[in-house]
Design a protein around this ligand. Structure first.
Ligand SMILES: Cc1ncc(C[n+]2csc(CCOP(=O)(O)OP(=O)(O)O)c2C)c(N)n1
Length: 278
């Protein structure tokens, strides 16, 4: 290590063997990685307080092999199922799932809405780049209508999921959405999500210049950043607008922050009531 280069304050949370990342140039995954570690640092928590779980896709690589803690890299679409098993057996741990929009809302869509419905305590960070990045830019359930991808060369005919409101409707205790243009607010929401009893979901709209930008015409990382800046509108302002006025704006902010019965506690209460609990 060069003595004149001070170590990054978040370096201590990464495995010593880590020398760089495998992310493409301009990818937003590095920003999300830093927001998660900053949230943990600002909360003065330890990596040992957590179990991190990811599925398959670029965003799933945010935690592995980089985070110096307990990291479980699971099968495509199933991180929430693995995380549920971990939480039920280790309720004292904070379980955090980090994965992509394809992993969490396509093949893993049912796991997401049912975990929110059950309101099991876990933090889910969904990196939404609007496409299947790792496999070369196929259409995802979040791809905007009309967008060209390698599997929709003439334009996507399907309507996109609006993930944050969907998870709120399913019953989550905490739901927020920001973009990589809002790293401080993203960090603050991750901190709130970590402190929440119940299912806490943070959507991070992120740029993928190599697949989304190149195939849909959205352009470079900088152009996508500018688009996030111009198109973002607060959930408060958006609630007073008609859908026609809202158009393709990105609604950001906190969509839900409420206290509801949490699954692990409900199971314990049930066991105690039946004379079988501690
Ligand atoms: C059962 C199964 N089906 C399909 C795949 C191929 N696959 C790998 S990653 C991926 C999509 C990932 O998309 P997303 O979650 O949006 O992540 P990104 O790479 O964009 O971050 C797919 C379909 C797989 N690995 N396993």
């Amino acid at each position: 290590m060069n003595d004149r280069v001070p170590e990054h304050p978040l370096r201590k949370y990464l495995r010593p063997s880590v020398k760089g990342t495998g992310f493409c140039p301009g990818c937003g995954d590095g920003t999300v990685l830093q927001c998660i570690l900053r949230a943990i640092d600002e909360l003065k928590m330890e990596m040992d307080d957590f179990v991190f779980v990811s599925g398959i896709g670029c965003a799933a690589w945010i935690i592995s092999p980089y985070f110096n803690g307990d990291v479980l890299h699971t099968t495509h679409g199933r991180p929430i199922a693995f995380a549920t098993g971990i939480k039920l057996n280790l309720p004292e741990k904070k379980v955090m799932v980090i994965s992509g929009d394809g992993d969490l809302t396509a093949i893993g869509g049912n796991h997401l809405i049912h975990a929110a419905r059950r309101n099991i305590e876990m933090v889910v960070v969904c990196v939404n780049n609007g496409i299947y990045g790792m496999t070369g830019g196929q259409v995802a359930p979040t791809t905007p209508r009309g967008a060209r991808t390698i599997t929709t060369p003439l334009g996507n005919l399907e309507n996109a999921f609006d993930i944050a409101p969907m998870v709120r409707a399913a019953g989550a205790s905490y739901v927020a959405r920001w973009t990589t243009f809002h790293p401080r607010r993203l960090t603050r929401s991750i901190k709130r999500a970590i402190g929440k009893k119940g299912f806490a979901f943070v959507e991070a709209v992120s740029q993928c210049p190599v697949q989304f930008g190149a195939k849909t015409g959205a352009g470079s990382a900088v152009e996508m950043f500018e688009m996030f800046k111009e198109k973002s509108i607060s959930v408060e302002k958006a609630s007073a607008m008609k859908p026609e006025e809202l158009g393709d704006r990105i609604v950001v902010g906190e969509f839900a922050d409420r206290d509801r019965p949490e699954l692990c506690e409900e199971i314990l209460r049930l066991k105690r009531g039946a004379g079988r609990g501690p």
